[in-house]
Design a protein around this ligand. Structure first.
Ligand SMILES: [Zn+2]
Length: 88
């Protein structure tokens, strides 16, 4: 990292990466030192919720298909899903 780091850049931002303004109606939230706005955070939570539902559905299908529970320790790997951080 050079003189101009991520933290320094974040401190100057007035909008999030998706263009939502950081103002009193959409206050920024520091999360793991990353800045994320309410709108993005809500969208992220929503995606997480649906992703979890999809995983649970996949597990149900696999179990119904006779796959042993022991093989489901890493469902993400089974589905080829890679969890990605969306901070910022
Ligand atoms: Zn945003």
């Amino acid at each position: 990292m050079r003189g101009i780091g991520l933290a320094a850049n974040n401190a100057r931002k007035t909008h999030c990466k998706n263009g939502h303004p950081f103002d009193e109606h959409n206050a920024h939230i520091y999360r793991n030192r990353a800045r994320i706005c309410r709108a993005c955070r809500a969208a992220y939570s929503n995606r997480q919720y649906h992703a979890k539902r999809e995983r649970m559905k996949a597990v149900s299908l696999l179990l119904a298909g006779g796959v042993a529970v022991e093989l489901l320790v890493d469902v993400d790997a089974v589905m080829g899903v890679t969890a990605r951080r969306e901070d910022g």
